[in-house]
Write a protein that binds this ligand. Sequence first.
Ligand SMILES: Nc1ncnc2c1ncn2[C@@H]1O[C@H](COP(=O)(O)OP(=O)(O)OP(=O)(O)O)[C@@H](O)[C@H]1O
Length: 328
Amino acid sequence: MSKNILEIKNLKAYYKVLKGEVKAVDDISLNIRKGEILGLAGESGCGKSTLASTLISRKPPLHYISGDVRLLGKNIMGMNQAEFQKMRLRNISLIPQYALDAFSPTKKIKTLIRDLVQEHGISTGRKFFDKVEERLELVNLTPSVLNRYSIELSGGMKQRVIMVVSTILDPELIIADEITSALDVSSQRFVATMLANLRDKGIIGSAIFITHDLSILYQIAERLMIMYAGHFTELGPTDEIVNKARHPYTRALIASLPQVGIQYRDKKLSGIKGTPPYLLNIGEGCRFRYRCPYAVEQCEKTPVREKVAEGHYVSCWRWKELGSDHNG
Ligand SMILES: Nc1ncnc2c1ncn2[C@@H]1O[C@H](COP(=O)(O)OP(=O)(O)OP(=O)(O)O)[C@@H](O)[C@H]1O
């Protein structure tokens, strides 16, 4: 059997809007290995959440365009809603941001959990809530939160409740989408570490951890993938990406690693002027070329993905000559 839980090949998913197509996920390839935490990072608008939505829901105006996505060997892009729903929570599960806030503040957490999982055809009897209570303790919450209202919980507590619900059926793959972004620094670390603990205990298999915050990924992810403006930029072991990145954009991200408590979306990338391009009907070429200090004529063509070292890939025409000690 494959050592990969998820295999994504040349995936394209675009928003179809009145003026054309927003190419938010454009030719992304990525395998998720059994048991790993992969960090997915990049500036706001680079397509991280769109990649998560493409895997989980694909609601209009988001449309799958092409490419192959296999979860546990099954082609999930070819599945209808009912077929995919059977894999939700059991095989693949999303931990969304702010999930509890979307529900009625007049319902107790226990009722909210019941509503959430019943949508997936899961029975919510005594046995189910015994397991919920056990899991709440694992994330340092007491079972008493079940009888409280969501407005009585802090952001970090709510995120941990959602983590418990999303992982209750021990899914092989978790996608955590910006689950730490709205939290203060100590809660961010706590929630991220909790997710890593669930993996270490074998409760979840693998995870894709999406965040703006590279410093959190540095602590919990074995590999990092960087996206820029819907394109693949760089992928590799975390240490190698942090210390020996080849892509000028990755290097700029690393160079702009925030001081404690400042997220880099709140801060301009040091040394790089400008903002990411608008992805509506965007054409050929490296999408970073408008901001890249090393851009040349060749960058008008979309770079191909090349192997730098074992497990380390980059999409930049100039990666070899630039080496790994330039500064974005
Ligand atoms: N419903 C939509 N219709 C059209 N374009 C969209 C829609 N949702 C997102 N986009 C565009 O798709 C691109 C990718 O957005 P996405 O939210 O996936 O980025 P992100 O990296 O997750 O950003 P953030 O970190 O801010 O959440 C952006 O250019 C965004 O404007």
